[in-house]
Design a binder for this molecule. Structure first.
Ligand code: MN
Length: 751
């Protein structure tokens, strides 16, 4: 347990002293090795046994201790301690879980078959057949051959799970064994330290978690983190220590209020302070890319009450005390976790806006939360098996069945991963194949996981048959279908949301090689297609058209412009129009150009819809139209609404996830309507107010509404929404203007 208990029924000024000073924080001191005192350790161990075992059992366990000490005589651990200190520590952990005498005996003897010349038969003779089987089971796990790392991991897992299916106690001994080895890892070589830690994180911690051995699970993670990332561990430990100082006052106030409130509502409760483990803080920072100061909820309280109704009563009382953070409440009592864990979780907003996490549970739930399947070990007959043990037993039985069906280790592992790694999501391909991805993975990660080519060419996705943005986070059981286009290419913006290393690496790789020439060819192809749409051919453009285009616009070479098109930095349709305009008039007018980049559009012919005329800053959506490529509309385009119902531009077409590039530069055409009082010179005043913002007015039309007012329709070239907002604001200030608005649908347009 991490924290001292504070009982609200005690009439001390509870909360006045912050609970965190006196607590053992989850920070493991660097020097963990006080020299062992065997006599004292043995005495302590035996004292624990007296709490729940009969004297004759204790005598047998003590005999096993002396047997083992004798067998290991002359052997020492890397730390220099006598070897017997290790089995003793393992047995003590099991005693803490209240395991039976056979398991404790086996724990004391768990290394004798491996490290001394004692045989299984000898153990069976002296300590019984069951104990001998347990020792044998643990020894077999120690003897795993290592091939490649992945192969070894898969095989390790399979053996562990099967051993566990035969008798869970084998795994409990093995886990206690690993815990002690991890606690004493300082004494071994750094390379071995890292290997053992990684193995602990990948195999032992997930198993502990699946069995509900929560305290063990956390400690294994913490120790592994400390040994694999010693520097980060130290830095984080230091940050937590100083944050604790800074936030003490706020936490103390919350604690004080909580401790006072519960008895006032007739709820008897025990309140404990708890701190998040460094590993979970680290993981949160890494996965959500947060800095330490952004990880606020490093404090919490655990509230233990008498029964289930009190859990909900306490929850209500505390929600009345401080505001809960929306979306943080979880009812694991109604819906327990797969490992049997039950609690109510909520996060309150304390003083200074500091979030404080609360866990509310009964005493029994607390036991299960701490030691999972090992809790209630004493009730071994079927009738008193609790729900957790029953479901665990079922799960283990299913492993044995699975083993018969799939003798291949890797395949076997795939099947059991679903419950062992809650940090992953499992999704389906349209063919029903299951893929595991990191939690938080998006449709783009999925596309790359299926095949690099699918990733590189994906333009849209369907999740459970519905069109969704490519950046959508996937959930367990989602059926994901990727829409590809032959000329599509990865978008640099994807790097902002993909989670998998593979997707990231492939996108980078593609963009890099793309720069080197392939893109120019693609750009030429796209430009030719765009010209074709306008009724022209690339070949018919003379060098003078190119010459004029290059001189008046970009200052780049023809090859560079084509490369830009291929990379999606320039829209082929716009370059095409400018080339044609340039041929006719010297290139002074054109509707829009520049570096427009729209996520998801790379490599496709693309146009901005003429109905709603999107400008940067507008939420947009793309629709593929045969012969025209990708048409980009605003989300609220009136034509699109019709389309959604099955007619219009969107009907039966593919919806594409698109977004503006941060670097998208105009000008972009936009239509605004101004209603002004009829007065001489009003058009001139409007035009000059607009022109002050360095805007081209490409078209003006007027409608005489009545005698008193005129509606004017301006087509403007703007840089984006901000630019437009400034224009609208200054036009609105003119005294003659009664109304001004942007039009998303052009009623006046004749074509
Ligand atoms: Mn051992």
């Amino acid at each position: 347990m991490l924290a001292a208990s504070l009982s609200p029924s005690v009439s001390s000024p509870a909360g006045a002293a912050a609970p965190f000073d006196s607590d053992a924080p989850p920070i493991i001191p660097v020097d963990m090795h006080p020299p062992v005192d065997l006599a004292e350790d043995l005495e302590h161990f035996l004292a624990q046994l007296h709490a729940y075992l009969k004297q004759e059992d204790i005598d047998q366990i003590e005999a096993a201790y002396h047997f083992s000490a004798n067998a290991h005589r002359g052997q020492f651990r890397s730390s220099g301690d006598p070897y017997i200190s290790h089995p003793l520590a393992v047995a003590e952990t099991l005693a803490h879980w209240r395991l039976d005498p056979q398991a404790l005996t086996a724990a004391l003897l768990h290394d004798v078959m491996e490290d001394t010349n004692i045989t299984k038969a000898q153990i069976a003779q002296d300590f019984g057949k069951v104990t001998a089987e347990l020792v044998d089971g643990v020894s077999k796990l120690d003897r795993l051959e290592h091939q490649s790392y992945e192969e070894a991991q898969a095989e390790n897992f399979r053996k562990m799970l099967l051993a566990m299916a035969q008798d869970v106690r084998v795994i409990l001994i093995k886990l206690a064994d690993r815990l002690h080895n991890m606690r004493t890892l300082d004494a071994v070589r750094p390379d071995k330290r890292r290997r053992v830690s990684r193995e602990t994180l990948e195999i032992y911690a997930p198993i502990a978690n699946r069995l509900g051995l929560n305290t063990l699970y956390r400690e294994l993670q913490e120790l592994s983190f400390r040994n694999t990332n010693p520097l980060r561990y130290r830095v984080l430990a230091k940050a937590v220590r100083s944050a604790r100082g800074n936030r003490r006052e706020g936490v103390g106030k919350v604690l004080e209020a909580v401790v006072a409130r519960l008895p006032a509502c007739q709820i008897k409760a025990e309140v404990m302070g708890r701190e998040k483990h460094l590993y979970s803080i680290y993981r949160k920072m890494r996965d959500k890319r947060l800095s330490f100061s952004q990880v606020l909820d490093i404090y919490g309280f655990r509230i233990i009450v008498a029964d289930v109704p009190s859990c909900y009563l306490a929850l209500g009382a505390l929600h009345g005390l401080f505001k809960p953070l929306p979306g943080k409440f979880k009812d694991y009592i109604a819906i327990p976790k797969v490992n049997g864990y039950q609690s109510l979780h909520t996060t309150l907003i304390g003083p200074y806006g500091m979030p404080v996490e609360l866990q509310i549970r009964t005493r029994e739930m607390h036991h299960v939360a701490e030691s999972g399947v090992a809790s209630h070990w004493l009730y071994k007959d079927e009738d008193t098996l609790n729900e957790l043990q029953r479901t665990t037993h079922q799960w283990l039985q299913s492993l044995i069945d699975l083993q018969t069906a799939t003798p291949d280790s890797a395949e076997f592992l795939e099947h059991v991963k679903v419950d062992l790694f809650p940090g992953e999501v499992y999704v389906f391909t349209p063919a029903g194949k299951i893929l595991s991805l990191r939690r938080g993975a998006t449709a783009v990660d999925f596309a790359y996981a299926v095949h690099t080519d699918i990733g590189n060419r994906c333009i849209a996705c369907k999740i459970n048959h519905e069109h969704m943005p490519l950046r959508t986070e996937l959930r367990n059981g989602d059926r994901v279908e990727i829409v590809t286009a032959p000329n599509a290419a990865p978008n640099p913006n994807w790097l902002g949301f993909v989670k998998s290393g593979k997707a990231r690496a492939q996108i980078r790789h593609f963009l890099k090689t793309r720069q080197n020439g392939e893109s120019a060819a693609l750009g030429e192809h796209l430009l030719s297609q765009a010209l074709h749409n306008l009724g022209h051919r690339l070949e018919e453009l003379g060098s003078s058209a190119w010459h004029r285009f290059l001189r008046t616009f970009s200052g780049k070479t023809q090859k560079e412009v084509l490369t830009d098109i291929g990379l999606g930095k320039r829209l082929p349709a716009i370059v095409a129009r400018r080339l044609l305009d340039g041929r006719a008039s010297g290139g002074s007018v054109a509707q829009s150009a520049g570096a427009i980049r729209i996520a998801g559009s790379q490599g496709m012919a693309m146009q901005l819809a003429r109905c709603c005329r999107p400008i940067p800053g507008d939420p947009i959506v793309g629709i593929i139209k045969a012969g025209q490529g990708l048409i980009v509309h605003t989300h609220d385009c009136p034509n699109l609404r019709i389309g959604k119902a099955g007619r219009g531009p969107g009907g039966g077409k593919e919806w594409i996830d698109v977004e503006w590039d941060a670097a998208a530069a105009g000008p972009f055409e936009v239509l605004i309507m101004v209603v002004a009082q009829n007065a001489p010179g009003v058009l001139g005043r409007l035009a000059s107010a607009i022109a002050e913002h360095e805007v081209n007015i490409t078209d003006v039309r007027m409608d005489n509404d009545s005698g008193a007012t005129t509606s004017l329709y301006f087509t403007l070239q703007v840089g984006g929404r901000m630019h437009l907002a400034r224009i609208l604001k200054s036009v609105r200030r003119l005294p003659a203007v009664t109304r001004i608005s942007r039009l998303k649908e052009d009623h006046t347009q004749r074509n």
